[in-house]
Write a new protein. Structure first.
Length: 259
């Protein structure tokens, strides 16, 4: 049993079904409150001094601040962001289960909050929710989506594009932002790093076995070999072989017809 399974046996009843729907809802609510009063975000962002004074809700509320401002009007951009977040959540919950998804998001939230508290800089939930895309690609790499309802694109290529932007952001930013990026991806490494390493080990073992088998096949002499398909009694133990009138040996599938 994996460590996730052990934790789930004990605390699985605490899982929140459809967690990412509530996260998207809170992001949308914060955006609406921002439209009503732009100063409202000041009461939600991560302010270490305010937290020391007792405003502990900021340890959680800062991750529900959506990224506002971009190439599209803020309302349209946030709407697509929330729909995409909700879609990712449903797919991940189906693949991982409610508890594992809860734990994945919780670890990302703790890491992001800790990094933001130490550096005094927070990107809200943008980087944390970004890690959801990488988890989604782990399970559904070839799922196709339509960007802006027009351009078909496999989700794995979207993830690679996103990873490129994150890498550029990492290289061109200060260490406070870099620490936030690393913390936001810690949950992905914790969850999928061991699986990736195990998959690599299995792939290497299978490759070694295949090479050993092929070498053994090359070294071992055969008694029978089809002149057409080169199959032998080693590669095809159940196959029958016959010698034709022309003196060559054939398997029964390629034996020349006699007249």
């Amino acid at each position: 049993m994996t460590w996730i399974g052990k934790i789930e046996r004990r605390f699985g009843h605490l899982a929140i079904p459809h967690l990412l729907r509530y996260v998207a809802l809170l992001n949308g609510l914060v955006f609406l409150l921002h439209l009503l009063n732009p100063e409202f975000l000041r009461y939600l962002d991560l302010n270490p001094q305010a937290i020391r004074e007792g405003q502990i809700w900021r340890l959680l509320s800062h991750v529900f601040i959506p990224r506002i401002g971009g190439a599209f009007p803020a309302g349209i951009e946030v709407m697509f962001y929330l729909l995409f977040l909700n879609w990712l959540g449903d797919g991940l919950e189906e693949a991982m289960g409610a508890f594992a998804l809860n734990l994945y998001y919780l670890l990302g939230m703790v890491g992001t909050t800790a990094a933001a508290f130490l550096t005094g800089r927070s990107d809200g939930g943008f980087l944390l929710n970004n890690s959801l895309l990488f988890a989604f690609v782990w399970f559904y790499p070839n799922m196709q989506i339509f960007v802006l309802f027009i351009l078909p694109l496999k989700v794995k290529w979207l993830a690679w594009l996103d990873a490129g932007f994150v890498a550029f952001y990492f290289l061109t930013s200060g260490w406070s932002t870099r620490l936030g990026i690393l913390a936001s991806l810690a949950n992905f490494v914790i969850f999928f790093g061991p699986r990736w390493l195990e998959a690599r080990k299995t792939q290497r073992r299978n490759s070694a076995r295949r090479e050993t088998f092929e070498e053994a096949m090359e070294r071992e002499e055969t008694l029978h070999c089809c002149a057409v398909c080169n199959r032998s009694e080693i590669s095809t133990p159940d196959m029958e072989f016959r010698v034709a009138r022309d003196g060559h040996e054939y398997c029964v599938e390629h034996l020349p017809k006699t007249r």
